[in-house]
Design a protein around this ligand. Structure first.
Ligand SMILES: Cc1cc2nc3c(=O)[nH]c(=O)nc-3n(C[C@H](O)[C@H](O)[C@H](O)COP(=O)(O)OP(=O)(O)OC[C@H]3O[C@@H](n4cnc5c(N)ncnc54)[C@H](O)[C@@H]3O)c2cc1C
Length: 102
């Protein structure tokens, strides 16, 4: 916050009046390969389904992921095709490329 505050103050000195009362922090579970979720059955361990590596997007993706994984486990055809997030890409070192990601 101190760093941000300095920038805010430079931008608009009125922010000088802003004081931090308390704060908290949390850790992201990050997929360091491509910062995208890993969804589906781990190929080398049948029956182990992954839904992790959300890299800071897990809350918004949770409902769709929950449905997708349920459908995979119960053998239904998924309504949303999320196979791009298949764990095989991790084993094959094949990251998802996205425009706009530096
Ligand atoms: C500061 C911060 C801001 C974020 N902001 C956003 C945002 O704006 N939008 C967004 O979409 N996402 C955001 N996220 C990411 C989002 O919160 C996560 O991606 C999401 O919570 C991951 O869900 P999860 O169920 O995979 O894991 P978690 O929510 O971490 O759930 C895992 C659960 O398993 C439990 N657990 C762990 N080990 C064991 C064990 N051995 N036995 C039993 N239980 C265990 C834990 O207690 C926990 O309840 C943010 C995350 C952080 C930290």
């Amino acid at each position: 916050f101190e760093l941000l505050w300095e920038e805010l103050y430079e931008f608009a000195p009125v922010f000088e009046a802003l004081k931090l009362i308390k704060g908290w922090s949390g850790l992201y579970a990050v997929n360091t390969m491509d910062a995208n979720a890993i969804l589906g059955e781990w190929p080398n361990l049948k029956g182990l389904y992954l839904a992790n590596g959300f890299s800071g997007h897990g809350m918004q993706q949770g409902p769709a992921v929950g449905r997708y994984i349920t459908e995979l486990i119960t053998g239904q055809k998924p309504i949303l095709d999320l196979s791009i997030f298949n764990p095989i890409r991790i084993l094959e070192n094949n990251p998802i490329r996205e425009d706009g990601i530096v």
